[in-house]
Design a protein around this ligand. Structure first.
Ligand code: NAD
Length: 298
């Protein structure tokens, strides 16, 4: 069992840290939100007073932060992980950031004698709470094998997908697919309602056939109730679509549907939906058509 410094105890990080405690690890958690730290301590972890405090004696450090700038500040910045973690420490960044940031963190970590992996996840809050995340890992194979017992407390599908940054490329592909499927299901729902068909049995039968998906299974009830409590915030998906478009540019390919889907997510954010769940793409499609929940059955 390991001493694990865990930084970022938000929607995803909090339940993940608790799984590590339950697996018997000594988890020292830090978040700028003091309530999140107190919550972890109440559940058997140790509340740390700073990132430095969380990682000082750790054998493994896990970061689960919102975006590139937070990862750069917490890991590379003054008073950050690289300055305070011991050489040999396994640093697993599970945040979704750009492949370039993951490669920069890996290079800086190597200079300090740390072993670094990018290990973004898919499965949402439910996957984190149930400990069944899909984890896509970039970095050295030996480091992946060393990290595997820790990751097994968090996920069910844990795959080494390549060198540093490869985990983030796979995660970008994942986010493209998820946003695209949400948008298509939203259009399917609007089509059914506008045509006078009850979408509840409609979506149910879609989900039993080739059009079925994990996304639809998880989002159907939220769609039908127009309950956009996050979950996964539009702001974060907007960040991820930016990563998708930049990754496509770096790879020298054009992804036309990625362009359309990213603009839908951007429009949701511009319309003030940044803090809502990404299932709120339904409201964007409804507004495009002058439809609201109230007149949906008109
Ligand atoms: P979140 O905003 O709920 O949590 C992030 C946490 O980081 C917050 O508690 C915040 O206070 C903390 N934080 C920010 N700056 C910090 C700092 N300098 N030091 C310490 N703590 C700091 O976000 P989340 O939904 O948990 O997502 C985390 C990451 O996981 C993101 O990159 C996201 O894209 C990715 N992700 C989220 C989901 C999801 O469904 N929510 C699914 C897969 C991947």
């Amino acid at each position: 069992m390991a001493v694990i410094g865990f930084i970022g105890l938000g929607i995803m990080g909090a339940p993940m840290a608790r799984h590590l405690i339950r697996a018997g690890h000594d988890v020292r958690g830090f978040d700028v939100n003091a309530d999140a730290v107190a919550g972890l301590a109440a559940d058997g972890g140790t509340g740390a007073t700073s990132s430095a405090d969380a990682v000082r004696d750790a054998e493994v450090v896990i970061t689960m932060l919102p975006a590139d700038q937070h990862v750069e500040a917490v890991i590379l910045g003054p008073g950050g992980v690289l300055m305070h973690a011991r050489p040999g420490t396994l640093l697993i960044d599970m945040s979704t950031v750009s492949p370039q940031t993951s490669r920069a963190v890996a290079a800086a970590g190597r200079e300090r004698g740390l072993r670094v992996l990018d290990a973004p996840v898919s499965g949402g809050e439910t996957g984190a709470v149930e400990g069944v995340l899909s984890i896509m890992v970039g970095g050295e194979k030996d480091d992946f094998e060393a990290a595997r017992p820790v990751l097994e407390a968090l996920g069910r599908t844990i795959v080494h997908v390549g060198e540093h940054g490869a985990g983030q490329v796979v995660k970008a592909a994942n986010q493209l697919v998820v946003a695209g499927i949400i948008a298509l299901n939203a259009e399917a729902l609007v089509l059914m309602e506008a045509a006078g068909v009850d979408p509840e049995p409609g979506l149910t039968v879609l989900n039993g056939g080739l059009a079925g998906s994990t996304v639809l299974t998880r989002k159907m009830s939220a769609f039908l109730k127009r309950d956009y409590t996050p979950g996964f915030r539009i702001d974060l998906h907007h960040k991820d679509m930016g990563i998708v478009l930049r990754a496509a540019e770096a790879a020298g390919v054009g992804l036309p549907l990625a362009g359309q889907v990213s603009q839908l997510v951007a429009a949701a954010r511009a319309a003030g939906m940044g803090s809502r769940d990404h299932s709120a793409l339904l409201e964007v499609i409804e507004r495009l058509n002058g439809r609201t929940k109230e007149n949906a059955h008109a």
